[in-house]
Write a protein that binds this ligand. Structure first.
Ligand SMILES: [Zn+2]
Length: 375
């Protein structure tokens, strides 16, 4: 990962390079930014830059042996630590090292991944993510090793907010005074969850949200998507490159026909059909579940907006037909309530709610809405 692989974030890149040039790199940097921001790729690009033997003006060379190893995430002086959970294969000493190969694949596929994407790739999606005390022991053990290739060893802890308190406490002393050849990069989407004693020992480094123009540049690789589709995905993504990509990749045709059917079932209180749909929803990958809810939310929002003013997002002719019918059925307040309902369901899904219960709950509430307008 090089700085030039990440769209935008010019200020952040400049600041990191200036840390290096001034020789003042804090031994523990906390890269914080929201989910779908570039904090993880940025931390890795900085690590690549620091280790590069032939730095160019404002980036690593991308070509030297060190850059090559960093690109494959196999550099011997880069230690990756991230949340894991026990799997059928790994039940004892559940530490990052045992999941490294999967993490490399996951990051290479999607450098903007979140915890759910990572757990899904790993096949442990219903487990509670954790950075355990054994992990702290592992880190401390590695500190005694001399760097193999570089001047320094870099320990990158992705999502330290999942550190168990005992892990965090075991690492406190090291964050304060690590051996001279060791750097810690903490990459957090929710640093407020970290112990205050950790925060006081690190240097905060804010990674801003992506600008729409940056996300557009990134999504430019999907040349079979129209500009309208891309703009719409960005509009719905809440500045997350990860969300924008998922919304874009999701097949919207299937979602529309499912949504129409489902709402019809809710309207007629057909719980036999709703039950079948609940199974369908449950069998979707987490990414597709989220994409379906996002898509539904997009159409509901459009229905509300088009009741008030001209539409903001371009929609297909089929979608427009649906929106027009839907907005005729419900008044502004009901639409606003339904939007809130979908919004909450997406948060609950991200918070690992049971998908069946979530879907059934949503169906019952929608059904109740329709019954009140029928009477
Ligand atoms: Zn290089």
């Amino acid at each position: 990962m090089r700085f030039s692989d990440i769209p935008g974030l010019q200020e952040e890149k400049k600041r990191l390079i200036s840390f290096f040039k001034s020789g003042k790199i804090h031994h523990a940097l906390l890269f914080f930014g929201k989910e779908g921001s570039g904090n993880l790729p940025l931390a890795l690009a900085f690590a690549t830059y620091l280790n590069c033997d032939k730095k160019i003006e404002n980036d690593s060379c991308g070509d030297c042996p060190s850059c090559n190893m960093m690109q494959k995430l196999i550099h011997p002086d880069l230690h990756l630590i991230f949340p894991v959970a026990s799997s059928p294969k790994i039940t004892k000493e559940v530490v990052s090292d045992k999941f490294l190969e999967s993490w490399r694949i996951s990051f290479t596929e999607n450098p903007y991944m979140n915890i759910n994407d990572w757990f899904e790739i790993c096949g442990i999606e219903n487990k509670k993510p954790n950075i355990s005390k054994e992990e702290a022991k592992n880190i401390i053990k590695k500190l005694s090793l001399k760097p193999f290739q570089s001047k320094q060893k870099i320990n990158l802890i992705w999502l330290p907010e999942y550190m168990h308190n005992s892990t965090a406490n075991a690492l406190l002393k090291i964050f304060e005074e690590p051996p001279g050849d060791t750097l810690f990069f903490l990459v957090s989407n929710n640093y407020q969850k970290l112990l205050k004693t950790i925060i006081s020992r690190v240097q905060m480094f804010k990674v801003n949200n992506f600008e729409p123009v940056d996300i557009k540049k990134y999504l430019g690789k999907y040349d079979d998507s129209s500009e309208q589709e891309i703009d719409s995905a960005i509009f719905l993504s809440d500045s997350s490159i990860n969300a924008a990509e998922k919304i874009l990749l999701n097949s919207e045709d299937d979602n529309l026909s499912f949504l129409k059917d489902w709402l019809r079932n809710c309207y007629s209180e057909n719980f036999l059909e709703i039950n079948k749909k609940m199974e369908w929803f449950n069998n979707l990958s987490k990414m597709s579940k989220r994409a379906f809810l996002h898509y539904s939310l997009k159409l509901m929002r459009e229905a509300l907006v088009s009741k008030i003013e001209t539409s903001l997002v371009k929609v297909s002719a089929e979608e427009e037909k649906f929106i027009n019918n839907f907005k005729k059925t419900l008044d502004k307040d009901s639409l606003a309530d339904i939007i809130l309902l979908f919004d909450m369901s997406i948060s609950n899904l991200d918070g690992n709610a049971n998908p069946k219960i979530l879907f059934l709950n949503l169906s019952i509430k929608l059904s109740n809405f329709f019954q009140t307008i029928k009477t």
